[in-house]
Design a protein around this ligand. Structure first.
Ligand SMILES: Cc1cc2nc3c(=O)[nH]c(=O)nc-3n(C[C@H](O)[C@H](O)[C@H](O)COP(=O)(O)OP(=O)(O)OC[C@H]3O[C@@H](n4cnc5c(N)ncnc54)[C@H](O)[C@@H]3O)c2cc1C
Length: 389
């Protein structure tokens, strides 16, 4: 049914779905606008649901990831003054058989990319649109090149060009929050191995530190910000962080001071409301292109891995592309909608933004206790179609 698939975006979701499809003998080719696979996200938390999906896609990969990252055992919450407010041990391994894993984005991307032949990833290819008919889809790139495929997957992130051509629903919603992230080699007595520490202030500011193993540390900071203005130079970005968090207790000052300005990523936080449909004919979406969410629950990449596995399974078992994409949406939409909405509702509280009537309605579905929600989220087991068992 499907011999050749073009995937737009060599992010985490695009690479994962390419691996899953190639395992089925499908010629999956990934097209990426960047000139090289640069680390774009500093550090990332992988949860049991995302790890289960990665294990289904590439058995053994989770062991490589565990060797490259750090398993979180303890969460600590402090005030911006340094006072310890709460501690919680993380027992995911005991409860779900998988850890909460902190990993460098670049290592994760490298490990995924190394599972693909190098000639299956085409850098410096910006997708600008597509044309489809009953027999195929033609994908267009900005240098005038075109590529034919049986199926096109838009895994091109928050500002997806494929989504714009398919749905045309404009820009994402700015969530009223600016974020900064970086990785550095650093050790501090307040940041023991296998622990995460968050520091918080009543005005919506937060500063988190994540042990990444091998002496690396990932920090992530955020504040309320009325607009999406980003600084023009690396020096300005670093000054902005220093100014926003001036007066915060150590290790904030020492760590920001030790971070090279050019290593700090500044990014507005945005999302979109859930979509009714995200496929048409021979074109579908995956990951942030389909269901971008604010990062409160750290589920964006984890759910992209779930999508990648489910889509490969649907393609292997359905008799037509349309049927495969319909069953992919049916399996993914209810779950990702709940996660998107729960993120957005919690962000409404955490980011102190105005709530929306639509979100209140959708919240009915997601209105379960934190404990129930956690069970549902992390106990996710990727399904296996009968003919692949
Ligand atoms: C502050 C912050 C913290 C986060 N923390 C976590 C976390 O702990 N855990 C987690 O699971 N998620 C987290 N996320 C979310 C996570 O980063 C995303 O959900 C995830 O990267 C989505 O993967 P993706 O492959 O769908 O898209 P992306 O990773 O955005 O990849 C899209 C790719 O497509 C390429 N591309 C874009 N347009 C085109 C085009 N026109 N043509 C060709 N290529 C194109 C891009 O260059 C990029 O390589 C966080 C996000 C933020 C902002």
């Amino acid at each position: 049914m499907v011999k050749k698939v073009v995937i737009i975006g060599a992010g985490l979701g695009g690479l994962a779905v390419a691996i899953a499809l190639r395992k089925q003998g499908i010629d999956a080719q990934v097209y990426e606008k960047a000139y090289s696979l640069r680390p774009i996200g500093a550090g990332l938390t992988l949860f049991p649901n995302g790890l289960n999906s990665l294990d289904a896609i590439a058995p053994g990969i989770v062991e490589s990831l565990e060797g490259a990252g750090s398993q979180t055992r303890m969460l600590n919450l402090r005030k911006s003054t340094g006072e310890l407010i709460a501690q919680k041990s993380v027992t995911f391994m005991e409860k779900y058989g998988r850890p909460m894993l902190q990993i460098r984005w670049s290592r994760l991307q490298e490990i995924l990319a190394s599972a693909l032949p190098t000639d299956a990833i085409h850098l410096n290819h910006r997708c600008i649109g597509f044309e489809q008919n009953n027999s195929g889809v033609e994908v267009c790139f900005d240098e005038g090149e075109t590529v034919q495929a049986d199926l096109l997957i838009g895994a091109d992130g928050l500002n997806s060009a494929v989504r714009q051509a398919l749905i045309g629903d404009g820009s994402p919603r700015y969530a009223g929050r600016m974020s900064w992230r970086a990785i550095l080699k650093y050790s501090h007595e307040l940041l023991p191995p296998n622990e995460v520490m968050s520091m918080t202030a009543p005005d919506g500011k937060i500063f988190g530190f994540f042990d990444l193993g091998s002496g690396y540390l990932f920090w992530s900071a955020a504040t309320l910000a009325p607009d999406e203005f980003v600084a023009q130079s690396a020096i300005d970005v670093k000054s902005r962080v220093q100014e926003k968090f001036s007066g915060w207790a150590e290790p904030v000052q020492a760590i920001v001071k030790s971070t090279a300005a050019e290593d700090i990523i500044e990014r507005p936080i945005s999302d979109r409301l859930p979509l009714q449909n995200w496929s048409q004919g021979r074109v579908t979406l995956l990951g942030d292109a389909a269901h971008p969410m604010v990062p409160l629950l750290g589920q964006g990449a984890n759910t992209a891995f779930e999508d990648a596995w489910e889509l490969s399974q649907c393609l292997s078992s359905a008799s037509t592309i349309e049927a495969a994409l319909a069953s992919y949406e049916n399996s993914r939409k209810p779950r990702t909608q709940v996660i998107q909405i729960r993120n957005a509702v919690q962000a409404n509280r955490a980011y102190k933004a105005d709530s929306e009537t639509y979100l209140r309605g959708m919240m009915e579905k997601a209105q379960v206790s934190d404990a129930e929600f956690e069970e549902w989220l992390y106990n996710y087991k990727p399904s296996v179609t009968a003919d692949l068992k």
